[in-house]
Design a protein. Structure first.
Length: 149
């Protein structure tokens, strides 16, 4: 029994089979989402669920693109990504140059403080950011998103 098990585990194809099964497990939500995009609303929420669309339709795609302002969302996302990238590159360039070239009293402390702040997970700051924005009545505004950058 033990030899048979070791024969299977030591086989060169075993890692590929294991990784293939894990990959299928990990991409299954994306496959489900893709297949659900071509189902009707009633078929999407039917119990028990159908795995493949009984009636192939682009109705949900049409609704998502024309009834929801997706082009506006894409434009806003592109704007915010470009703005964030620009700010981070410019600020990081100047800061990195200053920290690497200029030695002054306390420069090691500034560098240590900077490294310490990188240890705080960003999700831990999400609730405090939300509470501050709520107090300032800035929720759901572009200014709030630009301010967090």
């Amino acid at each position: 029994m033990r030899r048979a098990f070791l024969k299977i585990v030591d086989h060169p194809a075993t890692p590929y089979v294991v990784l293939g099964v894990i990959t299928l497990f990990m991409i299954s939500p994306f496959i489900w989402m893709g297949l659900s995009a071509f189902k009707t609303h009633s078929e999407t929420f039917r119990y028990p669920p159908t795995y493949f669309p009984e009636k192939f339709t682009l109705e949900t795609m049409y609704e998502a693109w024309y009834k929801a302002p997706i082009p506006t969302y894409l434009k806003n996302s592109l704007f915010m990504c470009l703005l964030a990238t620009f700010i981070i590159v410019v600020a990081g360039t100047f800061t990195g140059y200053a920290l690497s070239q200029y030695r002054y009293k306390g420069s090691n402390m500034v560098l240590a403080l900077f490294l310490f702040t990188r240890t705080i997970p960003p999700l831990a700051l999400l609730l405090p950011y939300y509470l501050v924005l709520m107090k300032l009545h800035l929720l759901n505004t572009r200014l709030a998103v630009e301010g967090i950058l």
